[in-house]
Design a protein around this ligand. Structure first.
Ligand SMILES: Cc1cc2nc3c(=O)[nH]c(=O)nc-3n(C[C@H](O)[C@H](O)[C@H](O)COP(=O)(O)OP(=O)(O)OC[C@H]3O[C@@H](n4cnc5c(N)ncnc54)[C@H](O)[C@@H]3O)c2cc1C
Length: 564
């Protein structure tokens, strides 16, 4: 049985940063990932990472922008930690080899991003996530005597020790089908987000809420789940992301009447208002008949106003995406986009050291977690920062905890439970619906009923759909009966994780009868600070999700009217 001081589940930016920190603190580390680490969704991050590095900027200004972006739902103590530590972290990345773009004077260059009052988004062309992820992966090789990598291992559940603490996980070697108990003193969840609950989404196929559902299963709270970010610029054809960097470099949004409509919605920031504001503006234009394109269901993103040389230098990936997926040369003509699911602000509730309050020994960092630094709406380029700052802090805290306690003997009974569960799925008769069909129905209905604008009626309809699909998922048929690379059986588990998580998203959206950040209730169009200046949480029980509340932490900034 593999035993480690610190077990990290997930090897995107949050997981790798945690591994580096824990190893540097002297811990023995296991890092486990269901795909090769550099194929984690972090690799797709394009636009950049925020930090008040420049002397003309300040962490307080970054923090205020983040608080305002969150629509005052973010916890200000956590936001302060993130923004204060950001410059040090970005410089650390630069020192270990991330080739950030430099301006003509040789200084690290920053681009403008939505909701920010200064240019503070540092970038490597439009492959920032890839650049950072590869450098971190290189760094981990320095500690190969301390860090065991389990690549293409799938965690199937977390282990709860008899004293209520977390003792590691059960995982399956995807290559062979072999199952193992991973025993650990501290366990860090870094499983990423849940975008596959929606269709379309900008998220990779692996973003299936595994960590959220597994933590929820052993008593962790899921917080702010109703807060789902729709990114303003996703291709109409397939939901692919066109980075906010495009608007950061000056691109315009134009409706079907040829109008640059953002002046109506955000007279000061225009296209660079926060994402919830821009997505709502686009959706309103489309809903009111001013959409662009043959079906009037899109908006034009006009990048031709950005100098061609700059596009090729700073936005070269989206030049390719435009050509390959829309047949459009973005340097010559506008491209059709619309809001699309991109990010989940909610997740496993943690404190600023990544600790999950009610499960000792369990930590969470990155998109799987809710610290909560993003509150009702995440600012672009604050997520890479979140993964690194709280990945690092979790790694440090988890290693320190491990140095103080003996190795727990995790009960191995869970191994049999999971093994039998998988065998049962594999031996299912082919009578139920296919996994892909159920997943498709979940995604398309979530995107219809729980998207940019929500109403009681749509949400109630969606709750019924999710609950029906949750039952159907229990008998979903799988074709692959083998053990080697059986992705089919893992797909059945992922479907189960997504159903559980989706239920809390819809319930949270029903419960929050106001409009704040990404939660826009057409039937409750105003923010209601008197009733809803609080987080909603969910814990699991035999009779279903149990709603709870958590206070928001305020430090310096009182709620005020939010305009851009
Ligand atoms: C297209 C796109 C562009 C983006 N651009 C930006 C940007 O420019 N700036 C910004 O700040 N943010 C951006 N974001 C958001 C940001 O990239 C993500 O929120 C962040 O990278 C998430 O990192 P993570 O480490 O939490 O998870 P991920 O990178 O998603 O990694 C999750 C890891 O968990 C593993 N895993 C999951 N489940 C299991 C399991 N059951 N067993 C074993 N392993 C498991 C996976 O294999 C993977 O290694 C973007 C997101 C997308 C989708």
């Amino acid at each position: 049985m593999p035993s480690h001081d610190v077990l990290i589940i997930g090897a995107g930016l949050a997981g790798q940063r945690a591994a580096l920190e824990a190893a540097q603190a002297g811990a023995s580390v296991a890092i486990l990932s269901k795909v090769h680490p550099v194929r984690s969704h972090s690799v797709a991050a394009a636009g950049g990472i925020n930090a008040a590095v420049k002397v003309t900027d300040s962490w307080e200004s970054h923090a205020y922008d983040t608080v305002k972006g969150s629509d005052f739902l973010g916890d200000q103590d956590a936001i302060e930690v993130m923004c204060r530590e950001a410059p040090g972290e970005v410089l650390h990345l630069e020192h270990i080899g991330v080739t950030f773009h430099r301006d003509e004077t040789g200084q690290m260059d920053a681009r403008a991003f939505g909701g920010a009052s200064a240019k503070r988004t540092f970038y490597v062309a439009d492959i920032t996530g890839q650049a950072i992820l590869h450098v971190l992966y290189e760094q981990l090789t320095k500690y190969s005597d301390q860090i065991d990598k389990y690549e293409e291992w799938f965690s199937t559940s977390l282990i709860l020790n008899e004293d209520g603490s977390c003792g590691g996980c059960i995982a399956r070697d995807i290559r062979t089908g072999q199952m193992e108990v991973f025993n650990a003193k501290s366990t860090i969840l870094a499983n990423g987000g849940a975008g596959q609950i929606f269709k379309p989404t900008t998220n990779a196929l692996i973003c299936t809420a595994d960590g959220m559902a597994q933590a929820y299963d052993i008593g962790a709270e899921l917080m702010d789940m109703e807060m789902i970010q729709y990114h303003p610029t996703c291709l109409v054809s397939n939901g692919f992301l066109i980075t906010e960097g495009a608007r950061g470099e000056g691109a315009h949004l134009i409706n079907g009447n040829g109008e640059r409509f953002m002046s109506k919605y955000a007279p000061n920031k225009l296209e660079l208002a926060s994402r919830d504001v821009v997505s709502r503006a686009e959706q309103t234009e489309i809903n009111e008949g001013r959409g662009a394109g043959p079906n009037k269901d899109g908006i034009y993103l006009d990048i031709t106003v950005v100098p061609k040389k700059r596009v090729h230098e700073a936005l070269r990936e989206i030049v390719n995406i435009g050509k390959d997926f829309s047949g459009v040369d973005i340097t010559k003509e506008p491209i059709l986009i619309r809001p699309g699911q991109h990010y989940i602000m909610g997740g496993v509730r943690t404190n600023v050291d990544g600790q999950v309050p009610n499960v000792p020994g369990l930590y969470a960092a990155g998109e799987v977690a809710c610290v909560s630094v993003h509150g009702g709406n995440r600012l672009g380029a604050n997520s890479l920062l979140d993964t690194l700052i709280f990945g690092k802090r979790s790694g440090a805290h988890a290693a320190a905890r491990a140095s103080d306690i003996p190795m727990p003997q995790a009960p191995t009974s869970r191994l049999e439970v999971d093994r039998k569960k998988l065998e049962k799925i594999i031996s299912r008769e082919r009578t139920g619906r296919r996994i892909s069909e159920i997943k498709d129905e979940l995604g398309t209905t979530m995107n219809k009923n729980c998207a940019v604008y929500r109403t009681e009626e749509n949400l109630q309809e969606q709750l019924e759909i999710v609950r029906r699909l949750k039952e159907e998922a229990k008998t979903a048929a799988i074709d692959d009966k083998g053990t080697i690379f059986n992705q089919d059986v893992l797909g059945a588990l992922e479907l189960e994780y997504m159903m559980k998580t989706a239920e809390t998203i819809v319930l949270g959206a029903i419960e929050r009868k106001e409009s704040r950040g990404a939660q826009s209730r057409a039937d409750f169009p105003d923010r209601d600070d008197e009733k809803f200046l609080k987080h909603f949480t969910f814990t699991e029980s035999d009779s279903g999700p149990v709603l709870g509340e958590a206070p928001i932490t305020f430090t310096k900034w009182e709620p005020e009217v939010r305009s851009y």
